[in-house]
Design a protein around this ligand. Structure first.
Ligand code: NAD
Length: 354
């Protein structure tokens, strides 16, 4: 059997592909258009591995999708491909509409065509797993209960609105056509191979480079941090045992303010890679103007996933952030490849012109 992954050269998709092939010989077809966020350097250890077939292409290309589905006959599709950065969505929402909404629609239609032609037993076993975000639920006040799967949709940014639209399409393809879909809503992920425009890698790399550590506004925005391999384990569990048509929230149970996260990273770096001048990294913290409409708090209630499918995160925030900081210290080549733009050459280096 085979699985088809979209967006498997990104942060979570890349970790998922590595994690999948570390625990299984079931091949992965990995369709990714390599936007600025796609990085084949993440998958360098799979070069020459027959179990991984990388395909450079767009989920908006229906002919390509039809060809890949017919050729590889996957038993499941795991859909990560998206424009994912809130700040970018504020400056240029068009790409978010194209990929997150129209691209998801194209994928749903191609998968529906493929799935409806499968023999009955394969048809019943097939799954489309759509990876979504807690940001579709909007923002929480300090004393609100965390988001459950029943929380109403109230997206506040072009990014979260585009993901919410995709969620509704996925839901409708189940109710209207019977497509066996599963949707997950996860909180903020962190861990290895995270593109350094996001808070945690940005702070680690800026600290090491002696640059300011930007904190939006008062830094009191709360996020619920999920270590990326815990997320991968949750996705495998949902794929194996989730009920089609259901949604599952995935959270790490680690609510932290952004300022706490930045201070924790500074303390870890003080311990693991002290500054040459003997001062603490916290000196580099710099408060910058808050982003417009910045959601104040996200928090996930992941009890359904624990209760029904037996998933629990393995990492606490303390253990996960320590692993993450160590990973960036040990993999400065990967980070330097991203900062210099060299990662863009990996496609031609490894796969020739595509
Ligand atoms: P990412 O931006 O790191 O990676 C996205 C990947 O999708 C990239 O490799 C990119 O090249 C690819 N891609 C973009 N447009 C494409 C297209 N049209 N066709 C094919 N490939 C395309 O994102 P991520 O952080 O890995 O997030 C993965 C998924 O998880 C997204 O759907 C995102 O909305 C969701 N999510 C992420 C987080 C998080 O904390 N990172 C939290 C909640 C949900």
């Amino acid at each position: 059997m085979t699985i088809l992954v979209t967006g498997g050269a990104g942060f979570i998709g890349g970790n998922f592909v590595l994690d999948w092939l570390a625990g299984s010989d079931e091949p992965v077809v990995n369709l990714d258009k390599l936007s600025y966020a796609g990085n084949l350097q993440t998958l360098a250890s799979l070069h020459g591995d027959d179990r991984h077939r990388f395909v450079h292409g767009d989920i908006g290309d229906s002919d390509l999708l039809d060809r890949l589905l017919a050729e590889h006959q996957p038993r499941a599709v795991i859909h990560f491909a998206a424009e994912s950065h809130v700040d970018r969505s504020l400056h240029g929402p068009g790409d978010f509409i194209d990929t997150n909404i129209v691209g998801t629609f194209k994928l749903l239609e191609a998968v529906r065509g493929y799935w409806s032609g499968l023999p009955a037993s394969d048809k019943a076993a097939f799954r489309l797993l759509h990876v979504s975000t807690d940001e579709v639920y909007g923002t929480l006040a300090a004393d609100d209960a965390p988001f459950t799967e029943a929380h109403r949709y109230q997206p506040n940014s072009p990014y979260s609105a585009s993901k919410a639209a995709a969620d509704h399409l996925v839901r409708a393809w189940h109710h209207s056509y019977g497509l066996p879909v599963l949707t997950t809503h996860c909180s903020n992920n962190y861990g290895p191979y995270h593109f350094p425009e996001k808070l945690i890698p940005l702070v680690i790399l800026n600290a090491l480079a002696g640059k300011p550590l930007p904190v939006y506004g008062d830094g009191q925005q709360v996020r619920d941090w999920l270590y990326v391999t815990d997320h991968c384990a949750a996705l495998r569990r949902v794929l194996d045992a989730g009920t089609p048509g259901e949604t599952y929230n995935v959270g790490g149970g680690n609510e932290k303010t952004n300022l706490d996260v930045v201070r924790t990273i500074c303390r870890l770096l003080d311990e693991l890679r002290p500054r040459a001048d003997g001062k603490g990294y916290a000196e580099q913290i710099s408060h910058v103007q808050d982003r417009p409409g910045h959601d104040r708090r996200y928090a996930i209630d992941a009890r359904k996933l624990a209760r029904e499918l037996g998933w629990q995160p393995a990492e606490t925030f303390d253990s996960g952030i320590r692993k993450t900081v160590r990973w960036y210290l040990d993999n400065q080549d990967w980070a330097a490849g991203v900062s210099s733009g060299r990662y863009r050459d990996w496609l031609t280096q490894q796969y020739g012109d595509q």
